[in-house]
Design a protein around this ligand. Structure first.
Ligand code: AMP
Length: 294
């Protein structure tokens, strides 16, 4: 496994692989790697001949007062994990390497970025869209892997690639959870045992929404209420949003008649946690009939 810190080295290594006719996959990460990240890496290794992982805690996607300074970092452990997965290239730039002191151009992440995380973290998706565009420009992969854990980010990246004709296949991968249901996140390392207990209300809320849907509830507000019931009054947990949205536009829904997404964000102390799940209404007898006829 080759490790590089400069954009030129990363560009050169990827260009060499491209010249050899290899399919290139990029997995962007902020490090402190866990099984969620590794699931992306494994999927990339299965599909591509040459796998690049970037490890970069991108300062421009953190707002003032957010946890950029305290974000978990463990490069030695990350490198060991990535080597064991058979990754070809690890790109570990510094902020000074990524951003020239006079850099002023940023990427507008578009309308999908205005709500939810975009609203509670102003500027976050500008930072994400800009760094993802830069990483894609440096590595020029055929495929780029992102987790559904950051569902809005995945949608923003899909729109970015489509609207700016970046010519890369975006692959979204399912959320990896701990045994207790908590979605794996680098930030979980900062939770105390009691905070972790409080955090479990998040997957429980999502589960409640999915369960209510399975029992026949179609009203989005009622599904949201089912989530609030799990999240309200949890000591130490401050809810940012718990919503049922269209999975493509991320606009709030009135009714769930086809696939939807439940999104939750909460703060536990200064630790920001997000999670989500797909909501699939069970087929009605009429639609079952239609399916059978097809
Ligand atoms: P991060 O290091 O948090 O920026 O995450 C890097 C990539 O890993 C993003 O595409 C995330 O969506 C993805 N990821 C993070 N946690 C998980 C998880 N629990 N399951 C699946 N993918 C994840």
């Amino acid at each position: 496994m080759e490790r590089v810190a400069s954009k030129d080295e990363a560009r050169r290594a990827a260009a060499e692989a491209r010249a050899e006719g290899k399919t290139i996959a990029l997995v962007p990460t902020m490090g402190a790697l866990h099984e969620g990240h590794l699931s992306l890496v494994r999927a990339a290794c299965e599909r591509a001949d040459y796998v690049v992982v970037s490890v970069f805690v991108n300062p421009t996607q953190f707002g003032p007062g957010e946890d950029f300074e305290t974000y978990p970092r463990d490069l030695d452990a990350d490198l060991q994990l990535l080597a064991a997965e058979g990754v070809d290239l690890v790109f570990v730039p510094s902020a000074a390497v990524m951003y020239a002191p006079d850099a002023s151009v940023t990427v507008d992440p578009g309308s999908l970025a205005s709500r939810w995380e975009g609203e509670i973290r102003p500027g976050h998706f500008v930072g994400v869209a800009t760094v993802v565009t830069k990483l894609l420009s440096i590595v020029r992969p055929d495929l780029a892997y992102f987790g559904e854990k950051d569902y809005q980010q995945l949608q923003v990246v899909c729109a970015l690639v489509r609207d700016l004709d970046l010519g890369v296949g975006v692959v979204g991968r399912p959320i990896v959870r701990d045994r207790d249901g908590l979605a794996l996140s680098s930030r979980n390392a900062r939770l105390s045992p009691s905070q972790r207990q409080a955090a479990l209300a998040i997957p429980a809320a999502l589960e409640a929404a999915a369960q209510a849907l399975a029992w026949g509830e179609r009203e989005a507000r009622a599904l949201e209420r089912a989530m609030f019931e799990h999240l309200a009054g949890v000591e130490g947990l401050s809810l940012d949003y718990a919503v049922v949205v269209d999975p493509d536009t991320l606009e709030p829904l009135e009714q769930v008649q086809r696939s939807a997404r439940a999104l939750v964000a909460a703060r536990i102390g200064d630790i920001h946690l997000i999670d989500n799940c797909g909501l699939e209404p069970p087929a009605t007898p009429a639609s079952e009939g239609a399916t059978t006829r097809e």
